[in-house]
Design a protein around this ligand. Structure first.
Ligand SMILES: C[S@@+](CC[C@H](N)C(=O)[O-])C[C@H]1O[C@@H](n2cnc3c(N)ncnc32)[C@H](O)[C@@H]1O
Length: 422
């Protein structure tokens, strides 16, 4: 389907968020606000409204996997339902935990997912093909605890010895299956859930109290935390924790969503590439890209992800070097310019790119305004800047620079269009 840009403008202008009872919300405060942005010699409409919220139809539980800087599933859902139909191809070049690919698959769209971080595929692929709960349970209890298994490093500051034995046995099993190319969807599911339960601050995780799962601390720091809190790692039942999280993830998937996942998953493409160079994706094939790029900061990738990488036999230092991080805006623009050229090549005429840039450096850098010329120079036209703002009362003067620093629930998306003649 090709939604025309005039349809999109009408839709955004007249948008009313459905309320809990299904009626539209008609208060003046909720009406879309519009103005015109002038960037270089380009004029672009900017729409500010409450286009999606957390309470607007709850997201699928299957999305509830933590990942740094992930967006809410409501964001890709808004663009997927507005701009595409079942069987259209949806892409995310910076997929992270896989919010866009999973939402697309739940809605029956075809999926291409890419991220330079191999953990992204590990977290995403398994949730597109959820196995039956009983199969997961049977597999978990069929993997024996090995007495002689090597963990390859001292993790006793995080885990009780019996927890560690199970965890390392599970790890050895998965790595061996992977090496022999025997990993099936049940193995992948177990690996995905275990990767998410490695460390955290509640008994829902395998570890003693520590930082949340996407911010692992070093073993040395954990020893200090244990001393400060007078704690020693308690026993945690790895299998039961995996099963509990599995029940939660699988809760409430509708029959239609199951059908969509079963239809879409076999043809889904998962890439672990630099977003600037994805020759596996054919020219003019993608209907819609919904993505948020790495932002202007230096993410301590190896420090945050060493534990997840250890479990999956990945080299955190090497991955950290490949991930695009930059402090300088001009360097960031250079990388994104190449990403846009690649997106233009693969987007089909009449297709869209929704590029989410969030609030950067407390709103002092308006990345949306820097992104517009990049998309245009790659060949796209800029349809609109869309700002999802959940609380109008706090940000009545939303165009003022100072106000940008207050908006914590703001998403800023630049929507690009590939002309049919392009
Ligand atoms: C802001 S996060 C995306 C989060 C995602 N929207 C989600 O909901 O989970 C940016 C992602 O870009 C990835 N990344 C960084 N540099 C990359 C590159 N050059 N090519 C592909 N992916 C890259 C990072 O690994 C990270 O997962």
């Amino acid at each position: 389907m090709n939604r025309s840009t005039s349809y999109v403008h009408d839709y955004l202008q007249n948008f009313r968020l459905p309320s809990q009872d299904g009626q539209t919300t008609l208060t003046a405060a909720k009406e879309t606000q519009c103005d015109l942005l002038h960037i270089q010699d380009v004029e672009c409409c900017r729409y500010i409204g409450e286009f999606w919220t957390a309470r607007q139809r709850q997201a699928s539980k299957l999305q509830e996997i933590s990942y740094r800087a992930c967006f809410k599933p409501q964001l890709p859902r808004f663009f997927i339902t507005l701009l595409t139909e079942p069987d259209d191809v949806i892409y995310d070049p910076f997929a992270g935990r896989g919010t866009t690919p999973l939402e697309a698959a739940l809605l029956g769209r075809l999926v291409i997912s890419n991220d330079i971080n191999p953990l992204s595929r590990i977290l995403t692929e398994a949730r597109l093909s959820p196995p039956a709960y009983e199969d997961i349970r049977a597999r978990l209890y069929a993997i024996p605890d090995l007495n002689s298994v090597s963990c390859e490093m001292d993790l006793s500051m995080f885990y009780h010895p019996d927890t560690l034995r199970t965890l390392c046995s599970l790890r050895a099993y998965i790595l061996e299956r992977e090496e022999k190319e025997k990993c099936d969807m049940t193995d992948r599911w177990i690996r995905m859930v275990a990767t998410n339960r490695l460390s955290g601050h509640s008994p829902g995780f395998f570890s003693v109290y520590t930082l949340p799962p996407n911010q692992a601390v070093s073993p040395e720091r954990q020893i200090t935390i244990n001393q400060d809190r007078s704690q020693t790692p308690p026993y945690r039942d790895v299998r039961e924790i995996i099963l509990k999280k599995t029940r939660s993830l699988l809760q409430g998937i509708s029959e239609k969503q199951k059908e969509n996942l079963a239809k879409v998953a076999p043809s889904s493409l998962f890439l672990i590439k630099d977003a600037r160079d994805t020759p596996e994706i054919l020219d003019n094939t993608v209907s819609l890209t919904v993505t948020s790029p790495p932002f202007l900061d230096i993410v301590q990738y190896a420090a945050d992800n060493w534990l997840r990488c250890w479990f999956n036999g990945l080299d955190a230092e090497l991955i950290g070097k490949k991930i695009s991080t930059t402090r300088k805006l001009t360097d960031w623009e250079g990388i994104m310019q190449d990403v846009f050229r690649e997106l233009f090549r693969i987007t089909r005429p009449g297709g869209y790119v929704a590029f989410e840039v969030g609030e950067v450096r407390n709103g002092s850098v308006r990345l949306d305004e820097h992104v517009i010329p990049l998309g245009i120079s790659a060949g796209f036209s800029c349809t609109a800047v869309i700002i999802n703002q959940q609380d109008f009362t706090k940000t009545a003067n939303i165009w003022g620079v100072n106000n940008m620093s207050t908006g914590t629930n703001t998403n800023r998306i630049v929507l690009f269009y590939k002309e049919k003649s392009g």
